[in-house]
Design a protein around this ligand. Structure first.
Ligand SMILES: CC(C)(COP(=O)(O)OP(=O)(O)OC[C@H]1O[C@@H](n2cnc3c(N)ncnc32)[C@H](O)[C@@H]1OP(=O)(O)O)[C@@H](O)C(=O)NCCC(=O)NCCS
Length: 202
């Protein structure tokens, strides 16, 4: 069984100091919260996301390119994971990304996405800890609010995390395959496809 890999041995998406120490302390000694690492493909990152939605396998190259794209946008993408220290595997994951607006005096909004906790550890308040950490990060990097979409079934969970229902979600799905990102990249000139999606300096 692989042994626990300390943060200092990993290529991390963002500075681990941004993870609130009080949230880390409440996790339990068998668990560790840290930013996503470049090689978390091999720590069951995608398997954990499958409790949430369709998450097809990725090659190491695809995963690394996606990681690099997120990391090339400073202060924008914050994906964190909870690691089971005994197995060095991901058991929880969540993201917040920062949107620069022109309203509210160049206000910034944090969007929480893709919260998932492995079935084996659901009910241990890990979902709550992930939301607490992401909300704190969102606030620390300057957002005036943090928002998210969820199913009706998950409203009670997010209310327990301190969120309240506001307005409605609208969606329009497009007829694209799961490898749309790769297709888009192939259509773009290589210099463009290498560029980050956004380059705000917050
Ligand atoms: C939803 C999810 C993230 C919750 O994570 P979790 O670690 O199991 O939940 P927690 O232990 O942190 O729950 C915190 C509180 O919310 C409650 N709660 C959790 N999920 C709930 C639900 N679906 N309905 C009602 N209450 C819920 C818990 O009972 C707990 O309440 P308590 O403080 O009174 O004991 C997890 O169940 C999951 O990954 N589900 C599948 C993927 C998913 O739906 N993700 C959310 C996408 S919007």
């Amino acid at each position: 069984m692989p042994s626990f890999t300390p943060d200092s041995h990993l290529d991390l998406l963002f500075a681990p100091e941004l993870i609130p120490s009080d949230v880390q302390a409440q996790l339990g000694s068998d668990l560790h919260m840290r930013p996503l690492a470049k090689d978390d493909l091999y720590r069951s990152h995608l398997s954990v996301l499958r409790v949430l939605t369709s998450t097809p396998e990725l090659t190491e190259e695809q995963y690394t390119q996606a990681f690099n794209r997120l990391k090339s946008c400073p202060n924008t993408y914050f994906t964190l994971v909870i690691i089971n220290r005994a197995t060095d595997q991901v058991v929880g994951v969540g993201s917040v990304f920062m949107e620069q607006k022109f309203t509210r005096g160049l206000g910034v909004v944090g969007h929480i996405e893709d919260i998932a906790v492995d079935k084996s550890v659901q009910g241990r308040k890990l979902g709550l800890r992930i939301i607490q950490a992401l909300t704190t990060i969102s606030e620390r990097v300057g957002s005036y609010k943090t928002i998210l979409n969820c199913s009706d079934a998950n409203i009670p969970f997010y209310e327990k995390c301190g969120f309240q229902k506001k307005e409605n979600e609208m969606a329009r799905y497009h007829n694209t395959s799961s490898n749309a990102a790769a297709t888009t990249a192939a259509l773009l000139p290589s210099s463009l496809s290498e560029r980050p999606l956004h380059t705000p300096r917050l």
